[in-house]
Ligand binder design. Structure first.
Ligand SMILES: Cc1cc2nc3c(=O)[nH]c(=O)nc-3n(C[C@H](O)[C@H](O)[C@H](O)COP(=O)(O)OP(=O)(O)OC[C@H]3O[C@@H](n4cnc5c(N)ncnc54)[C@H](O)[C@@H]3O)c2cc1C
Length: 806
């Protein structure tokens, strides 16, 4: 079916003929890129796609990932009618069982989410689950959820249909055409070299599956993914399997089960997978599999025998072992790389490539054509990984763990155990000495909380370290605490055009005088958030920007791409500086004790130089936690001296959990939670931080949205029941209607109740009652427009300690 004459030019070259490449080609053609071509070094689907179990389960942990797979479901369901090519779409539903109480909570949370996302899902009893899967041993099953709309496809037929439709629109396919090099000029894609000649092009969609890391390297791009072995057992026909059945997910046993040609298909995501050495699977790996490994599969086989006693006598056809690629956080990579303009990733599918393929290909094509995905997919952003994760050693450690976490219970705050300690804060040793519990963010080890007195046991309920967090909040509220913000991304913007450049790229009041601190949104042309940041204007021609920990690569790329025509230099100074947030009523005394009394004369949102313990600092009078204090920036090598002085004067360290709890009480929005590429400052209630005079990217779009009646839709919630434990994404009910979801949640220690920030679609008033669905239990909560904890003028000594002892 392939075309024969390789063109010398195409607008877009798609590399790889698996589900991702085929779907991207189809959607490019549909979006009008009718000269797009796909090059596949072997035959279509010959990498991972051909042997996929190809289940399509729509429900994911976030709205937009779910929306993306729902798109796949709709696409696969209609492709046959569109193309005349059967795609083997079988919509028999899926059944997820729970065999322990936490899994039951997990699946009930999924059910709650499904309601918010408009997916039909309902809880059923163990008896009903057994009726739907009669071969199942249900003696230990506590309950299940039933998703009638899920299904499966024939992956090769889907690809054939997609390519057929794309070719009908003018796109072309070249098999046996391997990409051997990528041509770039000034950091931009110019073309690809293939085994059959060179094709010049404007953009490349990199959909080369598990080989994408090495193909990306041809263009100097980081593509952190690694393949692991992935197993499923196939049997000959088994009595009791009649026709097609739902997919049975027994995630506590690490298993998925379905019928296959009258027999059973039993696949697993065992707790620790087997990584595949890079280079082991070369260009000759075409329609191939890896050797069976019964020793490795044995524990899973025992689980399967327990769940399906009929397996005991079933005749095994094969133990299929196929490679699949995994990323450091278990989500695929989609979008333009930071390193190379015009190079777009659509890879690292983490074993949901068929389910995701339809929607992910549509979003990738949308990104190439329109410059952004169809809706926010920040969690899959190609620029979200720290460079350190592209190291093979770290990927060899992390990828097998990611495979094993595929069916994990989604406890809040769960941390990976492999590839840790990659980036340490300047104060790491001090935090270890203080018994910090660390979490990993963009490779950095950040203290989550201190003074651990027990093992951290994952839970959906109040955690054992609840009191530690309360004590840290208390320190910040009644005395002084140090919050380490050193991993914040830092960008130096210098040069004669620094102000003009930032006036264009930032929506905030960037022209303020040197010595100012400026909070700003960074918007795209649609008027939605690319980022938010705090800028310190150090001199007329020098700003220091502080962005989110995981945003540095993305933000730096964004600023660099907008710098053309401006006389500015942009430098990543993240590792040069430490940032210590000294917060609380004792902060004033402490800085005076440490040699910097002049900081007390600094007004809010001003930054000034000082010396603490004899070391030069720049202290910004601001607070992320609703307590008076300074964010103190110093050279990384001076952090220990300064920290020693501050703690000797009475400050104590506090972790990220305390900070988050206080941030939510204070009503501060955070990127990736309240703010994202689907949200404008109007909806976030942050228009005060944008310039009414305009002149920045996104201004016209904001005006248009305002004219269309956009209004704030983020608010605060206080739960009536102090024992409620919301963790985020919970649906919010007003009467019978779902009107929104929680975005950030914590126990608010100053408020004495669980608290949340939330997105709502209907305007509410302060004091209005709603109900929040936490794992199918409805909790009463009260809405507040604005912060829940807002000291009237931040003070340095508490007047009325309002501290919760709960
Ligand atoms: C055993 C198993 C079961 C699975 N079950 C499911 C499931 O139930 N549901 C689900 O959603 N997902 C499942 N998956 C995952 C899914 O199959 C994959 O995520 C998906 O097939 C990956 O598609 P892809 O297009 O990214 O990669 P591939 O299908 O591997 O396609 C990449 C293509 O790129 C080509 N290529 C590589 N290098 C070059 C080059 N230099 N030049 C040109 N071409 C190149 C390769 O030849 C290959 O054909 C399963 C995977 C396995 C292994």
């Amino acid at each position: 079916m392939a075309d024969s004459n390789l063109p010398s030019h195409a607008s877009v070259v798609v590399i790889g003929g698996g589900i991702m490449g085929c779907s991207t080609l189809y959607h490019l053609a549909k979006m009008g890129v009718t000269d797009a071509i796909l090059v596949e070094r072997n035959k279509l689907t010959s990498g991972t796609t051909w042997h996929s179990a190809a289940q399509v389960r729509a429900l994911r942990h976030s709205r937009n990932l779910t929306r993306m797979i729902q798109y796949s479901v709709d696409l696969y369901a209609q492709l046959e009618a569109e193309t005349g090519q059967s795609v083997g779409w079988i919509q028999k539903g899926s059944l997820s069982i729970a065999t322990n109480p936490d899994r039951l909570i997990h699946i009930r949370r999924q059910e709650a989410l499904a309601h918010a996302y408009g997916i039909e899902v309902r809880s059923i009893s163990a008896a009903e689950a057994q009726e739907r899967w009669p071969l199942m041993n249900a003696e230990d099953v506590l309950g299940a959820v039933w998703s009638p709309d899920d299904g499966r496809v024939s992956p090769s037929d889907v690809c054939a249909a997609l390519v057929k439709a794309a070719r009908g629109l003018g796109a072309r396919l070249f098999e046996n055409t391997g990409v051997t090099g990528i041509l770039t000029e000034n950091g931009r894609i110019r073309g690809v070299e293939t085994s059959r000649g060179t094709i010049m092009c404007d953009a490349v969609a990199l959909c080369a599956g598990l080989w994408s890391r090495e193909v990306g390297a041809m263009a100097g791009a980081e593509v952190p993914l690694l393949a692991c072995e992935h197993f499923y057992l196939l049997t000959k026909p088994v009595e009791g399997i009649t026709g097609n059945m739902p997919t049975l997910s027994d995630h506590d046993s690490h298993l998925y089960i379905r019928d296959d040609s009258g027999g059973l298909l039993v696949g697993c995501f065992e707790p620790m997978g087997k990584p595949i050495d890079p280079g082991r699977l070369d260009a000759d790996f075409e329609f191939q599999l890896l050797p069976e490994d019964w020793d490795h599969f044995e524990p899973m086989m025992l689980n399967a025998l327990h769940r399906l006693p009929a397996l005991e006598t079933a005749e095994v056809k094969m133990l299929l072992n196929g490679p699949e690629s995994f990323t450091p956080d278990g989500t695929f990579m989609l979008g333009e790389t930071a390193e190379t303009r015009g190079l777009f990733l659509g890879c690292g599918m983490n074993s949901v490539g068929i389910a995701s393929g339809g929607g992910a290909g549509m979003n990738l094509a949308h990104c190439i054509v329109h410059g952004h995905t169809a809706y926010d997919l920040g969690e899959a952003d190609a620029k979200r990984f720290a460079p350190v994760f592209n190291s093979l050693d770290h990927l060899m450690d992390r990828a097998p763990e990611i495979l094993g976490t595929h069916y994990d219970i989604a406890y809040p705050g769960k941390q990976m155990t492999t590839a840790r300690g990659l980036r340490k804060l300047p104060l790491h040793a001090a935090y270890v000495a203080e018994h910090a519990e660390f979490g990993q963010f963009y490779g950095w080890e950040r203290p989550l909380f201190f003074r651990r007195n027990s093992d951290v046991i994952p839970t959906f309920f109040r955690p054992a370290y609840f009191d530690q967090i309360r004590d840290e909040v208390r320190a910040a509220h009644e005395a002084a605490a140090i919050f380490d913000a050193s991993p914040f991304g830092k960008i130096e913007v210098t040069g004669p055009d620094a102000e003009a450049f930032l006036l264009k790229t930032c929506a905030g009041h960037m022209a303020r005088a040197p010595g100012s601190v400026i909070y700003s949104a960074v918007l795209n042309e649609r008027g939605t958030y690319e980022s938010d940041l705090t800028a310190q204007r150090i001199a007329e021609d020098h700003y220091r920007l502080f962005t989110g920990t995981a945003a540095i690569k993305r933000d730096l790329a964004w600023f660099r791409r907008h710098a053309e025509g401006y006389d500015v230099t942009l430098t990543d100074s993240t590792e040069d500086y430490a940032v210590l947030g000294l917060m609380g009523p004792d902060a004033a005394r402490i800085v005076a004790d440490c040699g910097a009394p002049e900081l007390n004369d600094l007004n809010y949102f001003r930054v000034g130089p000082a010396h603490i313990a004899g070391k030069h600092v720049r202290a910004a009078r601001m607070s992320y936690v609703g307590e008076a204090g300074w964010e103190i920036t110093c050279k990384s090598e001076n952090a220990r001296t300064i920290y020693a002085a501050l703690t000797a004067a009475g400050a104590r360290p506090a972790g990220l959990y305390a900070q988050t709890s206080m941030r939510i009480e204070k009503g501060f929005c955070a990127m990736g939670h309240e703010l994202d590429g689907d949200t404008t400052p109007i909806q976030a209630g942050l228009m005060f931080a944008t310039r009414t005079s305009g002149g920045f990217v996104g201004f016209e779009a904001l005006q248009e949205r305002r004219a269309q009646g956009a209004r704030p839709r983020i608010l605060s919630l206080t739960f009536d029941d102090p024992d409620a434990v919301p963790i985020g994404h919970e649906p919010i009910y007003l009467g019978k209607d779902i009107i929104g979801q929680t975005t950030s949640c914590a126990f608010g220690h100053r408020v004495g109740k669980p608290v949340a920030l939330a997105h709502v679609s209907k305007p509410l008033e302060t004091g209005q009652k709603v109900r929040v669905d936490v794992a199918r239990t409805l909790f009463d909560a009260t809405a507040t427009i604005g912060p829940l904890f807002d000291p009237k003028g931040l003070r340095m000594k508490p007047k009325t300690p309002a501290f919760s002892e709960r």
